[in-house]
Write a new protein. Sequence first.
Length: 167
Amino acid sequence: MIIESKGRIQDGIYAIGAAELPGYLFTGQYPVLLDAGMTFMGPLYPAELKNRLEDVNRLKYHFLTHSHFDHAGASPFLKRHIPNMQTGASSAAAETFRKPNAIELIRNLSRPLEEKYGDLIGNEDVTFGGLEIDLVLDGGMKIDLGAGRTCMVVTTPGHRFPSTSPR
């Protein structure tokens, strides 16, 4: 079941991007965006970031919860448009984003949606060509968001497929 989320969640926390798969923006002294959705969603972010932050270049951090195409697909687009932003993810995700097979899989999964939502993309380059992680996020790590706010990294096991091996 998909629960759509868009707009203000509470003071300083907003769901932005596509309502079906939003990124979560924490405003404040050092703003942070959690996840960014699929590649075609990239062009949704600049206007909303400008609306919430006044200057998109204020976005200091972009943290990824994991390496799936529906959570990290728009990340390269954001890095191209906000060059001083630091992208953070786990070491496993960082490694995945460097693998040619993973990059190709993300591209293949993204392509049909890029074609479907071509009007949204326009002439923008939403291509996923890998992703360089600036900040490796380890469980227990604390990141200063300024003004007395701290973000603590919590490592979770992530998605698991059922075992297909005989018992």
